[in-house]
Every structure is written in C-alpha cells, then in structure tokens.
Design a protein around this ligand. Structure first.
Ligand code: CP3
Length: 347
C-alpha cells in the first residue's frame, strides 16, 4: 500500500491531508510516562531500542496520527561526538564542557566515526521498520536530526539560552571557528541521516529550532547553506526519500529559500497563506497550528478549518507550529487529528 504521508511529502494527491504532531511521543501521554519511569530517565529511554520503539508507536495507536517520528533527541549527535550530556529537571539539556575554542573542537570525534556510535538509534529504527511492515498499514516513519546551527548553539552555549550571546558573539568576532564547528557537525549529520535511511526511515526531517536567533542577513551563511549541503548529499544518494526542513521563526527568509528538498515546515508565527504565496508552488508545506490551541477544542476546530481552506488545493501536511506541551489533554490531541482528517477529506 502506498503511504499517504510519503505521497503527501512528494506532492501527490491523497484521500485526505495527513497529520502528525511535533513531540507527539511525550509527556502528555500517561503511557509515555510509564515507559520513561521504567527506563529511569529520558536519555536511558533514548538509549534503549526496545523502549524507544515502544514510545514511538504510542501516538499512532492512541492519537491516530499518520506518521511516527523516531523517539530520540537531536542532542544525541553532540553526545556521540564526545560531549557528555545530561538532562536536568527544570533546566533542560546540559553539556558540562561546551565548545569555545579550536582546541575544544579538535578533541571531538567527527564524521563517520561519530555517526557509527549512534547504533541504538539505528537499532530502534530497525525494530520500528519491522513492526510497521508487519502491521501492513500505511503509517510512515520519520527520522530526524537537528540542523548544524541548532546543534552548535547547544554545543557552544552548553545549554538552552534566551540570548544566544556566546554563539552570536562568535558570528561577529570569530566566524572562522563557528564555520569549523558547523562544518564538523554537518559531516556527522550527513552520515547520521544516511544511516537512518539505510536502517529504514521513510522520510527525514531537519529541525532548525533556533533559526530565529540569527539575523536574516546572516542566516544563509551560518545555517541554511549547511542544511542544503546535507540535503544535496542525501538527494544524490537517496533521491526518492522525502526531506522536510523546519527552520523556526524566519519569516524574513521566505523570499530567499532555496534547495532540492520536498517539504517546508511552517512555524506558528508565519501565516500559512503567506508561506503558500512565497513557497507553495515549489514545496509541500507542513504546519502550522499554534500548539497552545490544543488547550481548547473550539480553538482547534477553528484553526484546522482555516488551514484546510487555505490549503484546499493540497500540497499540505497538518502539524503544529512547534511541539505539543506536556499538560495538553490527550482527548484534545485526538480531536486535532480527527478534525484534520475530517476537514481535508476529498470527495
Ligand atoms: O515525538 C517526537 O517529536 C520525537 C521525539 C523528539 C524529542 N526531541 C523527544 C524529547 C524530537 C523530534 C526532539 C527534537 C528536539 N530536541 C528539538 C527540535 C525540535 C524542537 O522542539 O524545537 C530540540 C531543540 C531538542 C532539545 C531538547 N530536548 C530540549 C530543549 C529538551 C528539554 C525541553 C523539554 O521539552 O523538556 C529536550 C527533552 C526532550 N526531547 C523530551 C522529549 C520527549 C522531554 C524529556 C522528558 O521526557 O522529560
């Protein structure tokens, strides 16, 4: 059976517009919390292919989304480049020894050697591939990575940041070092994505969650062109595997978007009609309900109907404009998914 989500990524006609949610396997699901408790903590869960594959499938069965996204985290990449990683309650991810100099960078593991250390991710994908094939339904599996810039912000700052002052200082005062870091991460990510495709994902998504931290005039130089380097590498070897790019918060960059990828993820601050006008003839668009609408069923229906209307010619995938929050009622997530299918059903 053709997979509706894969078909939609490639711009083909589908019986309805498929839907999935960023962070769909997560803390709003009691079933997720139970498996995480068994694993001990979040990183242990990422490192355990049996448990990681179990939580990956939960939103398919519970909420009814059309695609599963591999359960992992973008930060396993710097972790396997040799940076010790901890998730601290109330703080978030933390690297205790951030990269601030060329010597720090030189100590990291690079390229294929780093990507080959991510065996638990490939193992999780293999389990998922087998299970999805066994089920024989048309649900797709999405693999993912962070964009080099977004990964570099954590590697340089050491943790999440409001100001990005350490990595942004590097943009203006030591761009050469920043380019060296970005180039190194790009190499690892190319092999990492290739290995995910070989292990069995149907589609890959690149998250540039902190794209908005860079001024538009510098965004291509410090982020987009590295993303496109990864896209070109993957398309030269796996031309039929769809690629989704999600640069968050860069409406001023819409006029400059280029590259041989398939789907552009629209964040919630960019009107879908504007994204359609600028990019709709070149890319399938994914998004973009404001995730806090998930707190109200009426607010969900209003937005889904408006999106379905704007995108009634197709070339669309429903999603949130960023991740689902932990206190969203599961019932509302189900309402979102069923409303997307209802409102976009073709006659
Ligand atoms: O369901 C899915 O979407 C798949 C799993 C997934 C996770 N992280 C699991 C996770 C994916 C695709 C990610 C990507 C990710 N991780 C991004 C890019 C997307 C985005 O949100 O912008 C980023 C920036 C990260 C880094 C990260 N991981 C942060 C900042 C945090 C802490 C904030 C938080 O939400 O707690 C994480 C932890 C994390 N990654 C959780 C999950 C389910 C929460 C961990 C927990 O169970 O406590």
């Amino acid at each position: 059976m053709g997979k509706i989500f894969v078909d939609a990524c490639l711009g083909k006609d589908t019986p309805y517009t498929p839907v999935w949610m960023m962070r769909q396997a997560g803390r709003y699901l009691p079933e997720y919390m139970r498996v995480r408790a068994k694993a001990g903590n979040f990183l242990n869960l990422c490192h355990n292919p049996k448990m990681a594959s179990e939580v990956t499938l939960q939103p398919l069965d519970i909420v009814g989304v059309d695609a599963a996204i591999l359960f992992s985290d973008i930060l396993v990449v710097p972790n396997e480049m040799g940076m010790e990683l901890e998730f601290i309650k109330g703080v978030g991810p933390k690297f205790h020894e951030p990269i601030r100099t060329q010597e720090d960078l030189d100590r990291l593991i690079g390229g294929k050697e780093a990507s080959d250390r991510l065996t638990y991710v490939y193992e999780t994908i293999k389990i998922l591939r087998e299970e999805l094939d066994r089920r024989g339904d048309d649900k797709a599996l999405i693999g993912f990575t962070g964009a080099p810039w977004t990964l570099a912000t954590y590697m340089i700052e050491g943790q999440g940041t409001k100001t990005y002052n350490i990595c942004k200082k590097m943009i203006y005062s030591n761009p050469k070092l920043l380019h060296n870091i970005l180039a190194e991460v790009t190499e690892v990510v190319k092999y990492y994505m290739e290995s995910q495709i070989k292990a069995g994902v149907d589609v890959v998504q690149i998250f540039d969650s902190w794209a908005s931290a860079i001024e538009p005039a510098k965004y291509n130089e410090f982020s987009w062109r590295y993303i496109i380097e990864i896209v070109d590498y993957l398309k030269s070897k796996y031309p039929t595997t769809p690629i989704i790019l999600f640069p968050k918060g860069v409406p001023a960059f819409l006029d400059q978007v280029y590259g041989n990828f398939d789907v552009f993820g629209v964040d919630w601050s960019t009107p879908m009609a504007l994204a359609k006008e600028k990019l709709g003839n070149r890319y399938v668009l994914q998004g973009n309900m404001e995730p806090c609408r998930l707190y109200s069923k009426d607010a969900i229906t209003e937005c889904v109907e408006s999106l379905a209307n704007t995108m009634r010619d197709g070339r669309h995938i429903f999603n949130l404009g960023h991740g689902i929050l932990p206190d969203v009622p599961v019932e509302n997530a189900k309402h979102f998914v069923s409303e997307c299918k209802r409102a976009s059903k073709r006659d």
